[in-house]
Design a protein around this ligand. Structure first.
Ligand SMILES: C[S@@+](CC[C@H](N)C(=O)[O-])C[C@H]1O[C@@H](n2cnc3c(N)ncnc32)[C@H](O)[C@@H]1O
Length: 369
């Protein structure tokens, strides 16, 4: 999935520098790594491979599904079963447009495809792909509700569906808008695949635990039950860097994941996201949101045993490097690492005199003493 702010390409930078501070890789009993703004799960997953116990959390439900899917353990036994289910899901036949009830079923087709019942005639997916998505999504519910698949198998299969539908989405990259003509990739048939066999199989060989949450990190850290038995734990923060909220940019994936038939608004068919607004996306609240997280960690230190807080941020975000440094220094020992990289070609500034085609990525580190 092409995800805004994914840290996939920054993993070597993060691992190298987090290790410089924590020196945890060589410990026989590894700490817990908390990926507080998990997104695609790239960072947490990379630490799971290194033998850490993982807590992954994100405010978006599709991210909860993706993280559960990626952490799922594929074994020889369940692999065969899931392969057969995926084969059957791909073979599902969909009804002719005129046979679809306009009101209840086929929510994705009716609201996000050109022949659907919505007056907006949205073009996020072709009719065929929208109907197929509905057929697969409701079959997953049936399989789960009738006990034919376990909850973790349900998340795994739903993750496979989210990745597959994202490949045929008719958008420039995110779901803030759809294109007015179907692009080539959107015209391909929706096809689910059994994902990431080697990755999931490697993970299943290790005994370390993982838990995925779907709430705001502020709430999770202040929950009385949030107790960790491991020592010197690591909290990794990768919040949104600017005003761009994630919820409206990924709303279609959220609706496919939840399949909760929400009320939709306007041309783009946006669901309500009042509960998923991030304090990190506003100039007014971002600094206090960061302080609040650190304060909560310190107040509950005896229970969470968090010793290190790392924050990924860049030089173009709402908070300046200086202001982050000041906040961190107030609470403990501060250090920082940077990496300069070139902006993606598509994002390059047109004005060549404007020498800002590079971005500086920061890893701010706080050691609580
Ligand atoms: C920069 S992205 C994280 C990218 C992730 N590290 C990756 O590699 O895919 C920021 C994420 O923070 C989530 N988010 C925003 N505010 C949040 C909050 N208060 N608590 C938890 N998650 C939040 C968004 O849904 C989004 O997935």
């Amino acid at each position: 999935m092409n995800y805004i702010g994914s840290k996939h390409s920054l993993l070597p930078f993060l691992h190298e520098n987090i290790e410089k501070i924590t020196q945890a890789n060589t410990l026989p009993n590894k700490p817990t790594f908390i990926d507080g703004f998990a997104g695609t799960g790239a960072v947490g997953l990379s630490y799971k491979k290194n033998g850490y116990s993982i807590i992954a959390n994100d405010i978006q439900y599709y991210s909860f599904v993706v993280n559960n899917g990626k952490f799922f353990s594929l074994t020889n036994k369940n692999k065969l079963k899931l392969q057969k289910i995926i084969h059957d899901l791909n073979a599902l036949r969909v009804p002719h447009n005129s046979h679809i009830s306009k009101l209840s079923s086929f929510f994705i087709y009716n609201n996000y495809c050109p022949s659907g019942s919505s007056k907006y005639k949205r073009m996020y997916f072709t009719d065929e792909n929208g109907k197929k998505c509905d057929a697969i999504r409701s079959t997953l519910n049936t399989l789960h509700n009738t006990g034919k698949i376990s909850t973790s198998e349900f998340y795994y299969l739903l993750w496979c569906l989210l990745e597959a539908i994202d490949k045929v989405a008719n958008t420039a990259s995110v779901y803030g808008a759809f294109l007015k003509r179907f692009k080539k990739s959107a015209l391909k048939n929706l096809h689910i695949e059994l994902l990431d066999i080697s990755n999931n199989s490697i993970l299943s060989e290790k005994n370390n635990t993982y838990t995925v949450f779907n709430t705001s990190i502020e709430k999770l850290l202040s929950t009385p039950e949030f107790t960790l038995s491991t020592q010197d734990n690591i909290l990794y923060l990768d919040p949104p860097y600017n005003q761009r909220q994630y919820a409206p940019n990924y709303h279609v994936l959220e609706t496919i994941a939840r399949y909760d038939t929400p009320l939709l608004r306007g041309k783009t068919g946006l669901r309500d996201y009042t509960e998923q607004k991030s304090a990190f996306c506003s100039n007014k609240t971002v600094h206090s949101a960061l302080k609040n997280i650190i304060n909560t960690v310190i107040q509950n230190k005896k229970k969470n045993n968090i010793k290190y807080i790392f924050l990924s941020y860049n030089n173009e975000g709402l908070m300046s490097p200086k202001s982050i440094q000041e906040i961190f220094e107030y609470f403990g020992k501060y250090s920082v690492f940077t990496k300069t990289y070139n902006r993606f070609t598509a994002q390059k500034r047109k004005n060549k005199k404007d020498n800002t085609n590079t971005v500086i990525e920061y890893l701010h580190c706080l050691t609580l003493i």
